[in-house]
Design a protein around this ligand. Structure first.
Ligand code: NAP
Length: 299
C-alpha cells in the first residue's frame, strides 16, 4: 500500500511540491488555509482535509510549507491544529524558511506531542519545485531521514544531510544570505552602470564573460533588462531571510556587515512598495533613488 503523506501550505512552492508527491504515487492528503487553492487537488481526486488536525490524523508523514515562523506556530498550535493530531506514528517535515529558534521551538512541540521532527527547508524556486529538483536541506536523525527519504526525493534532488535538527535551517539561512547579498550587490552595480550611461545589455555581456558569471546574474539580469518583476522569490521573503540570518549571526557573534547592508536595501525596496515583486525589484528602489531606468538604457 502507498505510504500516506499530508501536505500543508499550497502556495507558490507548496502547490508544485504537493503535485510531485501525488505524481510519485503517495496516498496524498492536502490542506490550505484558503480553500480555493485546494480545489485543483480535489478535482484530481486527491483528498482534502478540513483542518491540519484532520490531515495529520490521516497520514504518517506531514510536510509543512507555509510563509514564515508565525504561520508555522499558528498551524501547529491553533484549534484543530497539527499538534492536536500528532501521535507516535507521525513524522513532521518542516520545509518553510523560518528562524533557527522557530525551528527548535517547533521541533520541541512536535516531539513533546510524541512525533518525529525534521527540518528540511529547500533551496531553489518555483521552477525547480515543479521539476522536483529543489535542494533539500535536511536536519535530523539519520534514521528519521532514511524513513522519509522517498518522500523527500519526490520533491528534491539532491537531499543534503546537514546535521541534527536545526542544521537544515542554518544551511538555508547560509544560502539565502548569500543570495540576498549577491542580488543587492548586482542591483547596486547595475544602477551605477546605468547612471554612467552604460547599456544594460553590454554590462550583462561583460558579467557573463567574466569571473563573476553565475546563473543568478544571468536570470536576474535578463528579468531586469526586460522589466519583468513577476515574483519567483519575492522581496518580502528575501528580506525575511536576511533578517533571520542576521538574528542568528547576532546570537553567534558573527559580524555581518555585507548582509546588514543588503538587508537595508531590501528593507528600502519593501518600504517602496516592491515587497510582492520578485527579489530583482530591489533594483527598482535603487534606480528610483538614483533617478535612472535600468530597463531603458538601450533606447
Ligand atoms: N518562493 C520561493 O522561491 C521560495 C523558495 C524557497 C523557499 N521559500 C520559502 O518557502 C515558504 C513558502 O513560500 P511560497 O513562495 O510558497 O509562499 P506563498 O506563495 O506566499 O504561500 C504561503 C503559504 O503559507 C500559507 N500560510 C501563510 N500564513 C498562514 C497561516 N497563518 N496559517 C496557515 N497557512 C498560512 C498560505 O496560505 P493561504 O493560501 O491561505 O494564504 C500559503 O499556502 C516560505 O517560507 C519561503 O520563504 C520560497
Amino acid at each position: 500500500m502507498a505510504r500516506s503523506v499530508g501536505f500543508i501550505g499550497l502556495g507558490a512552492m507548496g502547490e508544485p511540491m504537493a503535485w510531485n508527491l501525488a505524481d510519485a504515487g503517495f496516498d496524498l492528503v492536502v490542506y490550505n488555509r484558503t480553500t480555493e487553492r485546494e480545489r485543483p487537488f480535489a478535482e484530481a481526486g486527491i483528498s482534502v482535509a478540513d483542518s491540519p488536525e484532520h490531515l495529520v490524523k490521516r497520514v504518517d508523514v506531514v510536510c509543512l510549507m507555509v510563509s514564515d515562523g508565525d504561520a508555522v506556530t499558528e498551524v501547529l498550535e491553533r484549534e484543530f491544529g497539527v499538534l492536536d493530531g500528532i501521535d507516535e506514528s507521525t513524522t513532521l517535515i518542516q520545509m518553510s524558511t523560518v528562524g533557527r529558534d522557530e525551528t527548535m521551538a517547533a521541533a520541541t512541540a512536535v516531539t513533546d506531542a510524541g512525533g518525529q521532527f525534521l527540518d528540511c527547508p529547500v533551496s531553489g524556486t518555483v521552477g525547480p519545485a515543479r521539476e522536483g529538483t529543489l535542494v533539500g536541506l535536511a536536519g535530523g536523525d539519520d534514521a528519521v531521514i532514511d524513513d522519509v527519504d522517498p518522500v523527500l526525493e519526490a520533491m528534491c534532488d539532491p537531499v543534503v544531510r546537514c546535521g541534527e535538527v536545526g542544521q537544515g535551517t542554518s544551511m538555508k539561512l547560509f544560502i539565502n544570505l548569500l543570495l540576498g547579498d549577491l542580488m543587492g550587490a548586482f542591483a547596486e552595480a547595475l544602477t551605477f552602470g546605468v547612471s554612467t550611461d552604460l547599456a544594460i545589455e553590454d554590462m550583462l555581456t561583460v558579467v557573463e564573460n567574466g569571473a563573476v558569471d553565475s546563473p543568478l546574474f544571468t536570470a536576474k539580469g535578463q528579468q531586469i533588462s526586460e522589466g519583468d518583476y513577476d515574483p519567483r522569490f519575492p522581496v518580502d521573503y528575501q528580506f525575511k531571510d536576511l533578517d533571520l540570518a542576521l538574528d542568528l549571526a547576532s546570537d553567534e557573534r558573527v559580524p555581518m556587515s555585507v548582509t546588514a547592508a543588503a538587508r537595508e536595501l531590501f528593507s528600502g525596496a519593501r518600504a517602496d512598495d516592491h515587497g510582492d515583486e520578485d527579489m530583482a525589484a530591489v533594483i527598482k528602489y535603487l534606480a528610483e533613488t538614483a533617478d535612472v531606468d535600468p530597463s531603458a538604457s538601450d533606447e
